[in-house]
Design a protein around this ligand. Structure first.
Ligand SMILES: O=C(O)c1ccccc1NCC(=O)[C@H](O)[C@H](O)COP(=O)(O)O
Length: 405
């Protein structure tokens, strides 16, 4: 029988995926679909649903089962590396899913093809398309970073660190601003465009905007590095730093690889962003350690209670951002900041002296007062100030007074 047969399967074996099952796969008919039996199926979270397509001559026995047996090593060899890469990606996704992370990492080249005798298998991961904008950004970042890493290996970056300007105290600058003004320290964002708003500022000169922010009383700056979705760049960070702007700089990038942290430092960044919706706990721990080593601050961003609880479990976190924007849906709700700082969580944060940053959707003095009342000592603001003709004056409007004095 020639044709395309596909079926859904939700394997429950919990361990690192191994593809030895390909060497002996037993396919059985179950109703109008096919089911399979194997003792060594890849371990997947219960939410994952994998469809297997089989395009081949199907051998059927009388009871409706089809058995694919014993494929030699030499037949699988060309595909082995891809399979391994895919396994690692799947394992990462499984760990992430167990921590409530919905953002999956990109399958390296799509799922690998498997040739088993006359059979050809492709494991398809729900069509291999990102499920939301954040996932799409992360999948693109994966490709981008691997290309950049080839051009500038970590060894070269470590060497370049010797010529990087010294890291400045990002958290210290926020605390000093709070003490000086009695208002949340401002991280003013140098942001040309965003996926939710499109182009926010047409005549975009990053250095001019950075200078205006500094003059207007910003404590620190956040500079978008992502090119594809935000029209930012690492060169903007470098240009602002080289122009002599004194405010410490946050590299606003989607960090998925420690390499990016070193890269940000070589460009003059003083802080980086770690997004809990994207990074499993171990990655956050590991990356926060690298930041310490390089003298960088790590702003760990959360959006919901589960992410906040995960981050509070990690020792040594000094700076937490609460994003009011849901990065999967773009929905903005400033009451998110308040909700996440209520009760035990707020107590723990105060006890530990963690600085909390209220992020996104802040437009008016009332918005600032609202998140300050909720417990933040800093705010991260982009759109409302960057779109003003004079972004420095935009700051005065946002706070309802001149905070530069
Ligand atoms: O801003 C977006 O559309 C966006 C989409 C997907 C991922 C991240 C995104 N933004 C990052 C931010 O959270 C904001 O740039 C930052 O908090 C400032 O927000 P705002 O003051 O609302 O510009």
């Amino acid at each position: 029988m020639e044709g395309l047969v596909s079926f859904q399967a939700v394997p429950s074996v919990s361990r690192i995926p191994k593809f030895s099952f390909l060497r002996s796969l037993d396919l059985r008919r179950g109703g109008n679909s096919l089911s399979f039996a194997s003792s060594s199926l890849p371990s997947l979270s219960s939410s994952s649903s994998f469809s297997f397509s089989i395009r081949a001559q199907q051998m059927e026995s009388k009871d409706g089962s089809a058995t694919v047996a014993a494929v030699s090593e030499s037949e699988t060899e060309p595909n082995d590396l891809k399979i391994k890469e895919w396994e690692v990606g799947m394992f990462h996704n499984e760990v992430a899913a167990s921590q409530g992370i919905r953002i999956r990492r990109r399958p390296p080249t799509g799922p690998p093809l498997h040739y088993v005798g006359p059979f050809e298998f492709r494991l398809q991961n729900e069509g291999n398309t990102p499920r939301n904008i954040l996932e799409e950004i992360i999948w693109n970042k994966d490709v981008e970073v691997s290309q950049l890493k080839e051009r500038k290996p970590l060894g070269a970056l470590k060497k370049a660190l010797e010529n990087a300007p010294p890291a400045r105290d990002f958290v210290g600058a926020l605390k000093a601003a709070y003490l000086r003004t009695g208002l949340p320290g401002l991280i003013a964002e140098v942001k040309k465009a965003s996926p939710s708003r499109g182009v926010i500022r047409e005549n975009f000169d990053p250095v001019e905007i950075a200078r205006a922010y500094e003059k207007g009383g910003a404590a620190c700056l956040s500079v978008l590095a992502d090119e594809k979705y935000f029209q930012g760049s690492f060169e903007n960070i470098e240009a602002i730093r080289n122009a002599g702007v004194k405010c410490p700089l946050l590299c606003k990038e989607f960090i998925i690889d420690a390499w990016q942290i070193y890269y940000a430092r070589t460009k003059g960044a003083d802080a980086i962003l770690l997004i809990a919706a994207v990074l499993p706990d171990l990655d956050i721990k590991y990356m926060a350690k690298i930041c310490k080593l390089l003298g960088l601050a790590a702003l760990v961003e959360v959006h919901d209670e589960r992410e906040m609880d995960r981050v509070l479990e990690i020792e040594g976190i000094e700076l937490i951002g609460i994003n009011n924007r849901n990065l999967e849906t773009f929905e903005v709700d400033t009451s998110n900041t308040k909700r996440l700082l209520e009760g035990k969580r707020g107590e723990l944060i105060r006890e530990r002296g963690i600085t909390v940053v209220g992020e996104s959707g802040l437009f008016t003095p009332d918005d600032i007062a609202y998140v300050q009342e909720a417990g933040v000592k800093a705010v991260l603001v982009g759109e409302s100030i960057v779109k003003q003709e004079d972004p420095g004056k935009g700051i005065a409007q946002l706070f309802g007074k001149d905070i530069s004095l």
